[in-house]
Design a protein around this ligand. Sequence first.
Ligand code: NAP
Length: 291
Amino acid sequence: MQLLDGKKAAQAIRDELKIEVAQLAAEGKKIPHLAAILVGNNGASETYVAAKVKACDEAGFLSTLIRLEADTPEIRLLDQIEKLNNDPDVDGILVQLPLPSHIREENVINAIDPDKDVDGFHPVNIGRMVQGLPTFIPATPHGVMLLLEHFKIDTKGKHAVVVGRSNIVGRPMSILLSANTNPGNCTVTVCHSRTPDIKSFCLQADIIVAAIGKPEFITADMVKEGAIIVDVGITRVEDATKKSGFKLKGDVHFDSVAPKSSWITPVPGGVGPMTIAALLKNTYRSCALKN
Ligand code: NAP
């Protein structure tokens, strides 16, 4: 078993970006600028946004964090997005999900200028991704593809089973893995909550991408010997022995699955850091298009 070490791969991407940004600055060109909006104070969202802002700072990007109260009306959030859309200094706009229940996520995603949609959730960018055109690819599946690329995983002709079909992870993941690209060129099966006998599909998989949010759902008896395992899931599970009161669990039972796998991502330290690296890459791309 070998580790698909997301921390290591993400650091390599971030170091590369840092050099490129320093070069932009030296040439007097525009430096990438990410604006992140956080509505409310959900603990996990606070952590994710803080990590994204820190990563921007470390790579020499500019970043702006806009905090809005949990009871902010949807129209105020849309106004804020409009301001950022019209601000020539801002290259990327990120609204941290999930949003409070009174705000319709769809309206917010659709309000972001597709040219600044560095999370890649806007229907225009999803459409471009489906057609294989240059675009902003949703950060988490983009991060998974960069991780496979970094470790030179040969995916061509493999059977990939993606468990989960959300718009931000499972569905784009299945499209990217089936694309005529490298990595890519997989034959893809998508499983979800209405799939009977998920185990029978997973047992046929050369690659499993688990993105469901159910801690340790994928167990050793569901995995073929030598399979490549990508665990996207992150769930906070209560743990009184931790100072924070919780620990992070993936969707894969790591201890039992790892010995059967050829490659596996840890949680934490696998897909999480790659999501941030992909977000930075998207923001850099947005800025580069302007430069
Ligand atoms: P989501 O929107 O809740 O979607 C979950 C998907 O899993 C749905 O398609 C659902 O099926 C399916 N599912 C749920 N229970 C299932 C079951 N028992 N059997 C089979 N399928 C099941 O979640 P998400 O946003 O895609 O996120 C998934 C996980 O990834 C979460 O743990 C999240 O925290 C994590 N995540 C991590 C990162 C990262 O950077 N590492 C980024 C984003 C998300 P239906 O469609 O039928 O309901």
